[in-house]
Design a protein around this ligand. Structure first.
Ligand code: PLP
Length: 399
């Protein structure tokens, strides 16, 4: 019989998230009248910006006419979107990125999962703990051993620089799940580390639209030298509510190099371009027009209003929890709040207490890695009404 890929058996099954989903389902079945509020999911709830919907309608109408219909587009993305990204997300903040360095895709999850393919199986990999599980699992699937960089209260929930050299490092700011952001200084230290060790940083800034504190970098390329050591990922999912529309992009600068088997320095841009054009046939024209509209004046205003709404929820959760005597982190420049469990209580025990005593769903931090134990993740993506109701219920809990 054909042999399965042995590396898939090295993955630890994510029992915790499966168990949580089962537990919530069982609770709802046993308590059909219960008004269960989820502060657990990482999905958006507000409608997507009207400017993007209008652009989708217009693009759909173009498909009705043989003169304007579109078939296969360029795999890397239509020039109109590549230009809009470069102008608005980079040139506007003083960063020079070429359209040729941008690759449009149908999601940052695929990008962050696929990028490891252009590196040798032997490279050493480090990911933060707690972690967005895709960084870890896609490297395990490829047969790599993954090391963890603790992100704890002591390190401000961002990983401290390791004392050994790793080849490939994943960083996420604003962070899922902790809601922490990396300062310019922290990021500069990582860029210096990567350049010194000839490492590559995969910088995931899928939540950059939630940064509110002046001076917090939106892009790793704000740090001099980052174009020689970093790949950056962005997504329209949380920026513009595109979780169901699907559009993201990745920047692989021409100046970022790796060694070929013959010892020659080759641009990773060339390898990723080869990979992307071989395995991907482009994002739908209609979707790319919607993404382009996110950068219009109207689109920008609507994105700001949408993210402001979620960030006000985040503020209410963070301050509401503090008033009630909890210790909570994040929620200032990110839609996630990282709530410390009361002394001695496990993540799963607090999840269970919230569910059974307050009918609130949260996500146990231990599901994101060992350093997530002792925390639960709350999200600000529910409605204002439900967020306030959830806080009231948490306030009424016996502790
Ligand atoms: N990166 C992080 C840190 C995320 O939390 C998510 C989604 O939750 C993604 C990437 C994936 O985003 P997309 O919807 O573009 O696949």
């Amino acid at each position: 019989m054909i042999k399965a890929n042995a590396h898939y058996f090295d993955l630890s099954p994510n029992y915790l998230f499966q168990d949580i989903a089962k537990r919530v389902k069982a609770f709802k079945a046993e308590n059909p009248q219960a008004d269960v509020i989820s502060l657990g999911v990482g999905d958006v709830t507000l409608p997507i910006p009207a400017a993007a919907v209008k652009a989708m309608h217009k693009a759909a109408d173009e498909m009705l006419d043989a003169k304007t219909m579109r078939g296969y587009g360029p795999e890397q993305g239509y020039p109109f979107l590549l230009e809009a990204i470069v102008e608005n997300d980079y040139k506007a903040i003083g960063i020079d990125i070429r359209p040729e360095d941008v690759f449009v895709s149908d999601g940052a999850k695929c990008d962050v999962g696929n990028i490891q393919e252009i590196f040798d199986a032997s490279v050493s990999v480090a990911v933060p703990d707690p972690v967005y599980p895709v960084y870890r699992d896609t490297n395990i699937m490829a047969g790599r051993k993954v090391s963890f960089l603790p992100s704890t209260a002591e390190t401000g929930f961002s990983p401290a620089l390791p004392d050994k050299a790793f080849d490939l490092i994943y960083l996420c700011s604003p962070n899922n799940p902790t809601g922490a952001v990396m300062t310019r200084d922290q990021l500069a230290q990582w860029v210096e580390y990567a350049r010194r060790n000839k490492s590559v940083i995969i910088f995931d800034s899928a939540y950059k639209a939630y940064i509110r504190t002046p001076g917090i970098p939106e892009s790793i390329y704000e740090i001099p030298g980052a174009k020689e050591c970093a790949i950056e990922l962005r997504s329209f999912s949380k920026t513009a509510g595109f979780t169901g529309v699907r559009c993201a992009y990745m920047v692989v600068p021409e100046s970022l190099k790796a060694l070929s088997p013959s010892g020659e320095e080759v641009p990773l841009n060339r390898l990723w371009s080869r990979r992307h054009t071989t395995k991907f046939n482009g994002v739908a024209y209609i979707v790319q027009r919607a993404a382009e509209a996110v950068f219009s004046d109207e689109g920008k205003e609507q994105v700001k209003a949408m993210t402001d709404y979620y960030m006000e929820n985040a503020r209410l959760i963070r301050e509401g929890l503090a008033d009630k005597g909890f210790t909570a982190y994040g929620g200032v420049d990110a839609p996630y709040i990282w709530l410390a469990t009361p002394e001695g209580m496990s993540s799963v025990a607090l999840f269970e207490k919230f569910l059974t005593e307050a009918q609130i769903i949260c996500t146990p931090g231990s599901g994101f890695g060992a350093c997530g134990e002792g925390y639960v993740r709350l999200t600000s993506f529910n409605t204002r009404e439900n967020t306030l109701k959830a806080l009231d219920r948490i306030g009424g809990l016996n502790r």
